[in-house]
Design a protein around this ligand. Sequence first.
Ligand SMILES: [Zn+2]
Length: 301
Amino acid sequence: MDIRARVGLADPIEAMKHQVDSLLDAAEIFEPPVDIELLASMSRVRRIELLEMAEAGRLVPHEGAYVVHVNQRHPETKQRFTVAHEVGHTFFDAASRSPRGLTDPATGLFDLRNEEEYLCDIGAAHTLLNRRWLEPLAREVRPSLDGLIDLAGTCRASLEATAIQLSQLGLWYCTFAFLEPGLRKAERLAAGQAALPGWGDVAGPVEKLRVRRVYGPPGVPFLPLNKSVPASSQIWRAYDEQTRTEGEELLDLGHSVMRAYTQSIYAPYYDETGTQRHRVIACVVWERGRSGRGPTPRSRP
Ligand SMILES: [Zn+2]
């Protein structure tokens, strides 16, 4: 059943958030961390089972209700997001007597091409990082990497999910960048050709640390996707030395160069295939956010 019709809201995103808020109210949950097992049990989920599986999660019909399967290899924050996502699916057939079964290869991708999956990711983020507590907590903390890490810990949510929700709140004048080493598309193609027979001794291009995903409120300078950071930067040093760095630096936005205070941490993660990936998470506090003055774009030398 269409959840918009059930809650009487035309906007499907608002309808999903309304469903989550109603469930939190019914469970009397007013602060983090959310008791995700309680919310699941109130949504006809009889059991949550951690299993060896390739997918992130599954919603399995069981005696007129559900069992949720969760990938036991995923970090706890990811597992909580997946359970919240599966709870979101139950909203779509809350009135049905024969629950559907669903398999989720991945959760948290916010894929616009599949409305129900997209709404369940919105619902999961809204469950773990609800504005009711995220907003007052964010007001107490200065925009910073430590602030992000603290809030994610308080809500027992992933750093990336927390960065997304903080950006949507719009209270912090900063950008969160998730960087990974890699090649530009043209270089990847060239590297593929270089691997052909007869080209084996051609030196391949060197991977650079590139912006893979970036989150910030409207109006905040935006780091271009796939842009690499120079080896002289604090962000690079966090990657190169697998450590934590901070300091003032000039960041090239493509059309201008801006001064910012960056805090970066080397934070590897395991991707969907179980492979460990290098990653740096950077909190970029732009000059205006620190001084209260307007942005000071500098032309390129
Ligand atoms: Zn799903």
